[in-house]
Design a protein around this ligand. Sequence first.
Ligand code: CTP
Ligand code: ZN
Length: 162
Amino acid sequence: MTPSEGLLVRRIREGTVIDHIPAGRALAVLRILGITGREGLRVAVVMNVESRRLGRKDIVKVEGRHLSSEEVNRIALIAPSATINIVKDYRVIEKKRVELPELIEGIITCTNPTCITRKPGEPLKPRFKLLSRRPLRLQCTYCGTIIDEEDVLEQLEEASEE
Ligand code: CTP
Ligand code: ZN
């Protein structure tokens, strides 16, 4: 725990700590996990603290919630540097890196307004093929539109303004 983080939030007893998130992206990570604050979970969001590896970083701590591997991997869309720490009895019992799968379903919308996945009344789950991790490039498997990291971040930010 870095000294500046320690000043802000204590260690958690049980749950998940998502560490090494690029500075400024903690809220987008919560968005990816579908955590709104209305679930009643205790959540700590730490932003722009010092990190030896990243200069500055964000941290998200969620008490009493464990993440599925699908959720963990989706975090890689916007935070490929993230570390997932599983905490039990105040101890980190497992540390995982995130890894983006070859196919990404749901979450992101195709930017092509005429894409079949955006047809009203005919819900078809958006699906993207991973073309490149860094820089992030995804291709809609239905219409071939290519979207990048900027598009993904923009969508997550828009969604949080609702
Ligand atoms: N953490 C926490 N509550 C705990 C244990 C750990 O909130 N009971 C947090 C720490 O504050 C840190 C992260 O989980 O943000 C990882 O903890 P730890 O592995 O102890 O830290 P480092 O060794 O610094 O991790 P790394 O090597 O991944 O940087
Ligand atoms: Zn499409």
